[in-house]
Design a protein around this ligand. Structure first.
Ligand SMILES: Nc1ncnc2c1ncn2[C@@H]1O[C@H](COP(=O)(O)OP(=O)(O)OP(=O)(O)O)[C@@H](O)[C@H]1O
Ligand SMILES: C[C@H](N)[C@H](N)CCCCCC(=O)O
Ligand SMILES: [Mg+2]
Length: 223
């Protein structure tokens, strides 16, 4: 497959304040909303579950050609740094570049920003190298202010553009206000607790997110 880093307007990197915070659900919502392709380059934990790629394909109802195979798939439900040596794998992040796509691309990370990929490279370093702006997924509940502001601080220090935060879980106006005020980034969507996570509920949430162009224009106007 031919790979090249896409231009910034060509998509986003979906990261989170933690593992299990809702990155895959939000990636499916954004892929549906923006008619985007999806790529999870570093997939761990397939000993326990099929992985995020088939989930997004099903939830966003994506054709197989819109879903790009991971760069590395590892069995253990651990960071890539911990899971790779268990299988004798060395992850060469220099060889890791975005697939060339005709549509915008949603790239989903593994865990949060300071998850190690190998002895030298962390998730945040990979994001910086791929050059896509970030959508940060955060829990809506108590404790999220600290986790979200720490993540935003790390992104700012690394010079990574942040398109916005998605808050996942029961809406909290107070937590949203704190994140927007102290983080100086917009909350672009609030995804409530869904009774079912399926293509219909994903489509309903997709109808509520801003367009990719509007989000990118707003980001550019903040610079
Ligand atoms: N708003 C929500 N309503 C209902 N269930 C949710 C919601 N958000 C996430 N979940 C469920 O919580 C679990 C974890 O979410 P998800 O897989 O999206 O997390 P993740 O950040 O992608 O994790 P990982 O770091 O493993 O990639 C999933 O079973 C998902 O369906
Ligand atoms: C297996 C799991 N679902 C994720 N893909 C990997 C999360 C690694 C998190 C590491 C950590 O922050 O402690
Ligand atoms: Mg995921």
């Amino acid at each position: 497959m031919t790979h090249a880093s896409p231009l910034p307007h060509r998509g986003v990197f979906v990261t989170g304040t933690d593992t299990g915070v809702g990155k895959t659900l939000v990636s499916a919502i954004l892929a549906k909303a923006w008619h985007a392709d999806y790529w999870k380059p570093l997939q761990t934990g397939v000993a326990d579950e099929p992985g995020d790629t088939p989930s997004v394909m099903q939830l966003a109802d994506l054709a197989p050609s819109r879903v790009h195979a991971p760069f590395v798939v590892l069995q253990a439900p651990l960071s890539p740094w911990a899971a790779a040596p268990l299988e004798g794998v060395r992850i060469d992040t220099d060889a890791l570049t975005c697939p060339l796509t005709a549509s915008p691309l949603i790239v989903e990370g593994a865990g949060g920003l300071l998850v190690p990929i190998n002895d030298e490279v962390m998730m945040i370093d990979l994001i910086a190298r791929l050059g896509l702006p970030v959508v940060l997924v955060a829990r809506s509940s108590l404790g999220t202010i600290n986790h979200t502001l720490l993540s935003l601080q790390a992104l700012k220090a690394a010079g990574i553009a942040v398109a916005g935060v998605v808050m996942n879980g029961p809406p909290s106006a107070g937590n949203r206000l704190a994140i927007e005020r102290f983080g100086k980034v917009p909350v672009i969507a609030e995804v409530p607790s869904l009774e079912a996570v399926d293509p219909a509920t994903v489509a309903a949430q997709a109808a509520r997110v801003p367009t990719l162009a509007a989000m990118m224009e707003a980001m550019a106007s903040r610079r």
